[in-house]
Design a protein around this ligand. Sequence first.
Ligand SMILES: Cc1ncc(COP(=O)(O)O)c(C=O)c1O
Length: 397
Amino acid sequence: MTAYEQLVAEGYLVAAAGSGTTVASVRTSPPAGEADSSKGFFTDLLPGEPDPSSFPRQAWGVALRKVLHTSPDGLFRYGDRRGLAELRVALAGYLARSRSVVVDPSRVVIFGGFASALSVLATTFHRLGIDRVAVEDPGLPPLRKVITAGGPAIVPIRVDEHGLRVDDLAAARVVLCTPAHQYPMGVVLSATRRVALIDWARDNDGWIIEDDYDGEFRYDRRPVGAMQGLDPERVIYGGTASKSLAPGVGLAWLVLPPRLLEPVLDTLRQRRDTVSSIEQAALADFIATGRLDRHLRSQRQHYRRRRDSLVQLLENHAPWLEVAGVSAGLHATALLHDRDEQAIIERAAARSVALFGIANHSIGAPTRQGLVIGYSRSAAHAFPQALETLAGILNLR
Ligand SMILES: Cc1ncc(COP(=O)(O)O)c(C=O)c1O
């Protein structure tokens, strides 16, 4: 009886008086048009999300309970537009220590995700008279839409083996980039280019938005520090809990240069977006008690093992692929030389494998062909099978 009641409560079974209990026909499918891009595929090799089964439920629960038991009633009121002070303090310490960000808590602003932060920045820049924002090509497509929805037009800038081609930036005053691990190509912005990028910003009264989306995941070498430390007056640092914890946590942050703080707060006042103070307090506690560091240490090992298995598999089954960008992050970029990206992706789709390529991320005609293989999204038990399926696809000509 208890098991039946539990299944009914979770929506797996439907109990109707007089007609017994039946298996529910439709359960978790989202409304039409809201489906995840991997939906309908059996194997998920898309980039962009950590393994949801590794979310630290237990430890997060401890933090949440502590917050609910010990916080003053003020936690449940409308609060500071910048976000909860405890979280801004905890993040300032964490970012200085782990990412070499030059930061004090008064310049940290909390958002419901990096995409929301970018939306606020785009609107703010537009109000300041900036009508163009440069983005990396290839890059993450949804972020381009977020920028144009805020007003500014997009200026695509090519990425090569040293990262963003800074010399091509002339036409813009703001650039969105991923210096530590270019998304999706995986290259690190070279030291020469970093200096050139800072010089560009200084010469043009420009701004650099540093999207440090997966800065926590480094495997083979010392972390690449954030660029923001080179010029905290010109670089807007952006981070997110979407990779280090999960997108479901819904928290991200900007560290703003002093001159941008008031303009951004003005935009926020107009929008009146709110971010859960309860979740913010939980993350503050999670950081302050060392639980985030512990979680990240175990996640790094977990994903390094997956990365190693993937690289090994590619070496064994597809030596014709050139694997790049695997010292960091949650995806590998596998460059193709004499094979067709689209053909491989279609072959994968026919076997119910969700897989993206460089073309999925490009604005102009791509200069390279390659697969962007996410190795973090499938649950641990499903990953070996995902690799086997991938091997099968790559073995076909
Ligand atoms: C390169 C890159 N930047 C930013 C984001 C967005 O992060 P958030 O979930 O905080 O909006 C993602 C998420 O997939 C990403 O891949």
